[in-house]
Design a protein around this ligand. Structure first.
Ligand code: NCD
Length: 304
């Protein structure tokens, strides 16, 4: 890995992505072989926003490599409450850990914080910005189920505020993938993300309904409307519940369509999809452990 800090999926070349996914595949096949690889290493967890999967799978990953965590815990019981700046917090915590994982509500927070520390800092979500480790596990899941070249992917829901979308769309430009973005007009991709994708020469199409495109998709990536990022609750209510899939709708899809979701879902995917062979979202969440193990192994010097 060339990069010590992982703040954006834009840093990741095709070779970087493949190196992490290959290592994750080896780990998934024989986790025991990695069990004491990073004995005594400590991962600092700094979560300024709620998290279940990202935080727990990072904890599981470092523990399965033989290490442990030091966790800031809830913001309300930390010195942040006393007015400490993010720069000071990370400068202090880098003295307690070998790498840091940061989730923060402000876009750009991870990049800013990374300038104050020497240990690797991993962005676990910065506002509506980026979520590069989610992208790695998403690409791992796509590679396992559909392959990463010569596919069509539909990305549906909150494309404006969804950081998993912004990260993944960028990383997919390294591969031969047609990207179809499906959302209400008010939640389309931000202009800067669309611009970046065009600059990378990506094949990008935007749609306001899913019906016409669904039959041609290999992968459908559904996202939650990011309620917490709406400046106005009434704007949220206008779009909530509009982009939802259920088992009946999927009858027009290919038999081997892979349905993904970074989770948590609210009501974007009906429960009856869970019983179909399309549902890959729980496996996707489980893939977070080997993929984060692979990334940590590489950042903590597993190659040396
Ligand atoms: C996502 C996030 O936090 O961006 N969750 C996750 O990390 N799996 C998606 C979301 O909250 O909708």
């Amino acid at each position: 890995m060339r990069h010590d800090h992982i703040t954006s999926a834009k840093q990741l070349s095709r070779d970087d992505v493949e190196a992490v996914l290959d290592r994750a595949g080896e780990i998934a096949a024989d986790q025991e072989a990695y069990a004491d690889r990073h004995d005594g290493s400590l991962l600092g967890l700094l979560f300024f926003e709620p998290s279940t999967r990202t935080k727990m799978s990072f904890s599981a990953a470092i523990k399965r490599l033989g290490g442990g965590v030091v966790d800031m815990g809830p913001v309300d019981s930390s010195s942040v409450k006393k007015g400490e700046s993010l720069a000071d917090t990370v400068r202090v915590v880098e003295g307690y850990a070998d790498a840091l994982v940061l989730r923060h509500p402000s876009e750009g927070a991870a990049k800013m914080a990374s300038q104050f520390v020497d240990v690797p800092l991993i962005n676990a979500g910065d506002g509506a910005g980026q979520h590069p480790t989610q992208t790695l596990l998403d690409l791992y899941t796509i590679r396992e189920s559909a392959g990463l070249d010569g596919i069509s992917i539909g990305i549906m829901g909150d494309l404006k505020y969804g950081r998993t979308v912004h990260s993944m769309a960028h990383a997919l430009t390294n591969f031969d993938v047609s990207q179809h973005f499906i959302s209400p007009e008010s939640l389309k991709l931000p202009r800067n993300v669309r611009y970046d994708l065009h600059q990378e020469g990506a094949s990008v199409k935007e749609h306001t309904d899913i019906e016409s495109i669904l039959p041609s998709l290999d992968v459908l990536y559904v996202t939650r409307i990011q309620r917490e990022r709406f400046p106005d609750e009434s704007e949220y209510r206008k779009v909530a519940g509009e982009y939802r899939i259920d088992a009946a709708m999927l009858e027009s899809a290919r038999d081997d369509l892979t349905v993904m979701h970074p989770l948590p879902r609210v009501d974007e995917i009906a429960d009856d999809v869970d019983e179909t062979s399309h549902a890959h979202y729980f496996q996707q969440a489980h893939n977070g452990v080997p993929v984060r193990m692979a990334l940590l192994d590489m950042l903590l010097g597993g190659d040396r």
